[in-house]
Design a protein around this ligand. Structure first.
Ligand SMILES: Nc1nc2c(ncn2[C@@H]2O[C@H](COP(=O)(O)OP(=O)(O)OP(=O)(O)O)[C@@H](O)[C@H]2O)c(=O)[nH]1
Ligand SMILES: [Mg+2]
Length: 690
């Protein structure tokens, strides 16, 4: 495998709303570039990019995949990303290590929610980009309408550099507005310029030339003086305009018909920046000291790990991008993030699951290595004498939770290990234990992501799980102070059993938890039995009398009792303590408490009314609203029970344009009519269990 200089490498991320055709297009590009011999199809599950069985099953991309090929003298590292919004973590990672983006838009569906989303990510990352209007062959495909839509959403700097020849079932090729030449078919054979397109082509060409001329003083002078710009001047000017973000050129084609991609590969090669042209942000040792490094071959190694995949057979595979220096196979590097040495075995370049061994990966390039022990996604690999830390990748916080229930005992034993591997692969997944409900909670961005994670657990780790809406950790407490007495006495054969406890129960303010106190005087209960009473009471705290939820915000005080010199024992006082507590609870006018969360919903302003309306049906108290730049942030307090599946509600109200965060705030009394339902449901549950 040939080594490439920084100028001859392009790291390009493919982005779009789900289904615009990124995976199909990347397959066509690999084929056109000669990197694969057979053109796979998404429908057949045969594409290079979507090789994962979960992707084949769902016919969507789930993972970021790295697809390497060569076009002209340049190495292209294409990164195909999932368009489905649940998998935004993969998109974020790919954007971070790319220096150019391709945003695909479906010619029939036009600009969609996901298109706007990825556009805004590119804006944040200041990523130079090309737009590709795909599916020109489809019914209802309309290039001009799509261009208008793009311009109205993303601005007039989005300009066609091509026009399609024909559309829908008559789509056959492309007119290039720079050369004013026509090309048809997969091979992009030069054809006669269609006269029907002449006036349209002239007018789009004029707009393009004007925009290109504006990025360069010399060009604009020549242009304003009425001079004709040469093809070379136009090409260089357009490159400059794309790299600086002043122009986002629009291309067209069809991945299904394999039309337009030869020219498009030329465009990626000609207009998108090379790996040399993008600096990367570094973090200094003193906390927030931010710097930048220029990509360079003659500097110590600095590489950013942007993906980790875990496979029980192949082991861990770590994907990284080199910014400066080089990594060699069978060498040692320094993990600057963790502060430890890491052994590097065989390096690979990747084309989907296909691994090609290489001796070295130089500055600007990307690849993978297996079986690293210390390293995680986001880490910097470097040299120990000159360590730099590259700013890590920011992943969105997961807010959607499901409880994970292992199907069998064997599944339970392997569950923890499998979950932690999953969370290592996908940094938008979190695992935690909810002690109050005794459930394992898996958090992520959305339902599809968590379902895919469950499939993966079964397939890769042989762990069967069921995903369910998490239980609400209700609690119980009392509202009035009470006193209760319990005498445990039994006479059986030899010596009997005797324990006698008097308790006082006192409600405490919300959020205090539970307490135990001892006010026994004069040895009514001997000292050595008090811990047994406490043990009994503490165990009884675990289950209230209303619906067997844990009891909280309550102080239990043992103040009197009696004992028997022969028949009393620790166990007897434990039983008496618990018994007195239960009696007291029942008499203390018990109530049910529910967790209240702070929710922060971020949405385009036009959804404000609908979102507040929906929150009101969820017993929420809206506490404030922040507006800015067309985006509203609504803050509210709402019972957790009402927002367990909020990710799904929010998606359906906003068609995926909203985001939200939740954090537990405090407990409040459940309104009586709702408490009745919860108690009845718990009784039914108990009935089922027998
Ligand atoms: N008619 C037509 N269909 C296409 C074209 N490109 C892709 N498709 C079809 O559109 C569907 C989605 O294509 P994909 O390539 O999986 O789209 P994607 O953008 O990778 O989708 P995600 O991975 O879910 O984001 C598949 O059924 C493709 O066969 C095209 O140019 N024309
Ligand atoms: Mg895809």
């Amino acid at each position: 495998m040939q080594q490439y200089g920084l100028e001859n490498i392009r790291n390009v991320v493919l982005l779009s709303h789900s289904g615009a055709g990124k995976t199909s297009a990347s397959e066509v590009m690999l084929f056109t570039a000669g990197a694969i011999k057979r053109l796979g199809k998404v429908e057949d599950g045969t594409t290079t990019s979507d090789y994962d069985p979960d992707e084949v099953k769902r016919q969507i991309s789930i993972n970021l995949s790295l697809l390497t090929c060569q076009w002209k003298e340049t190495k292209l590292n294409l990164m195909d990303t999932p368009g489905y919004s649940d998998f935004v973590g993969e998109v974020r990672a790919a954007i971070r290590v790319a220096e150019g983006a391709v945003i695909m838009v479906c010619a029939a569906s036009g600009v969609e929610v996901g298109t706007e989303q990825v556009w805004s990510y590119c804006e944040q990352a200041e990523l130079p980009r090309l737009l590709f209007i795909n599916k020109m062959d489809r019914e209802n495909a309309d290039f001009y309408k799509t261009v208008e839509q793009i311009q109205s959403k993303f601005g007039g700097r989005c300009l066609p550099v091509q026009l399609p020849i024909g559309a829908q079932d008559k789509f056959e090729g492309i007119v290039d507005l720079l050369t004013m030449k026509a090309y048809t078919g997969s091979e992009a054979k030069e054809a006669e310029f269609p006269s029907s397109l002449q006036s349209q082509a002239d007018s789009f060409r004029e707009k393009l030339i004007e925009a290109v001329a504006e990025v360069d003083d010399k060009l604009i002078e020549k242009y304003l003086e009425g001079g004709e710009l040469s093809l070379e001047e136009l090409g260089n000017g357009l490159r400059k305009a794309v790299v600086s973000g002043k122009v986002v050129p629009i291309f067209a084609g069809s991945a299904l018909k394999n039309i337009g991609f030869k020219l498009f590969l030329d465009a990626i090669h000609d207009y998108l920046p090379s790996a040399k042209e993008r600096q990367v942000v570094t973090i200094g040792d003193s906390a927030k000291k931010v710097g930048r490094i220029e990509p360079s071959e003659d500097a110590p190694l600095a590489a950013l790990v942007f993906k980790t995949s875990a496979d029980p057979y192949v082991g861990k595979l770590t994907y990284f991008r080199v910014y400066t220096g080089a990594v060699k196979s069978n060498s040692q590097v320094w993990n600057a993030t963790r502060g430890g040495a890491e052994r590097i075995g065989q390096l690979f370049v990747l084309r989907g699951k296909n691994q090609e061994p290489v001796a070295e990966l130089g500055a600007g390039d990307m690849g993978a290595v297996a079986k690293l022990t210390l390293t995680s996604t986001g880490d910097t690999l470097g040299s120990q004498d000159k360590p730099v830390k590259i700013a890590s990748i920011e992943f969105p916080e997961p807010a959607f939770n499901l409880a994970v229930h292992p199907k069998t005992k064997a599944d339970l034993d392997k569950l923890g290990a499998a979950l932690s591997r999953l969370a290592e692969e996908d940094l938008t997944l979190r695992v935690r234990r909810e002690f109050d409900t005794n459930e394992t909670i898996l958090s992520g961005i959305g339902e599809t992501q968590l379902e895919a994670a469950a499939d993966k657990m079964q397939r890769k780790f042989g762990v069967g799980v069921k995903l369910e809406t998490p239980k609400v950790p209700y609690k119980e407490t009392i509202t009035v102070a009470t006193k209760a007495e319990y005498k445990h006495r039994k006479q059986t054969g030899g010596h009997g059993q005797y324990g006698h406890v008097l308790l006082e129960l006192e409600p405490l303010p919300r959020g205090t938890g539970h307490e135990f106190a001892d006010k026994v005087v004069g040895g009514a209960i001997p000292r050595n039995y008090i811990p047994a009473v406490e043990k009994g009471v503490n165990e009884a705290f675990k289950e209230g009398v209303l619906a067997r939820y844990p009891v909280t915000d309550l102080r239990a005080i043992v103040y009197d009792g009696s004992f028997h010199p022969v028949d009393s024992s620790e166990i007897c006082f434990k039983i008496a303590g618990a018994g007195a507590f239960k009696k007291g609870l029942a008499e203390g006018q018990p109530i049910l408490l529910e967790p209240i969360v702070n929710i922060k919903v971020t949405i385009p302003e036009e959804f404000t009314g609908d979102i507040i309306g929906d929150l009101n049906t969820k017993r929420a108290r809206v506490q404030g609203m922040d507006a800015g730049g067309g985006i509203n942030t609504i803050e509210a307090q709402v019972p957790l029970a009402e927002v367990l599946r909020y990710a799904i509600d929010l998606k359906s109200i906003t068609q995926g344009r909203g985001g939200y965060k939740i954090e537990v705030s405090h407990y409040e009394e459940v309104p009586a009519h709702i408490a009745e339902r919860i108690i009845a449901a718990r009784q039914a549950e108990k009935g089922e269990k027998g």
